[in-house]
Design a protein. Sequence first.
Length: 197
Amino acid sequence: MKASEVIQVLKGSIVASKEAGVESVSLADLEAYATRLEKAAAGTPDDVAAGEAAMEKFRTDLTEWISFRQRQHEHNLEMLRSVITVGQSALKSALLINAGAAVALLAFVGKVWSTDPTEPDLKSLATALLHYVSGVLSAAVAAGTTYFSQAGYGGEFGAASMSIGRVGHVLAILGVVGAYILFGRGSWLAFLAVGGG
């Protein structure tokens, strides 16, 4: 703060006090005022006006805020990319394991049926196959609902977009979890059918 600004602030305070009807000021009040003025002056260099210093501090704070927001945006974007990648992997895995199990079980049933149709419990194997096929369908439905989820979050459906996005999101997760559960249940039934328990 420049010396001329300190003098102007002091004169302004004296004028304001006179207009308020103050005739005298105690030494303690004058000392407290001088301390506050000294702190304000210490906050700015001697050759810089207080307004310029305040503007420079504002610019610095704004630059720091913009930098922070940019880093936060980049972090959120990377997290979104990783969530999408993991979700796609889960979908592909659910589809692959159920489809592979269905094909393998069909080949096994065909081989067993042609040699000895009474050996395994074919009804349980058919139920296991139904579970695998249902798992494939569940994973496919989950893949389809991800479109609705992304379109909803992208604002494609007007006022109902966020609601549709959330519903699609939940359905996609339930579809993948359902596909894994169906795979597990089908595998257990196949295990029991071939004499595992």
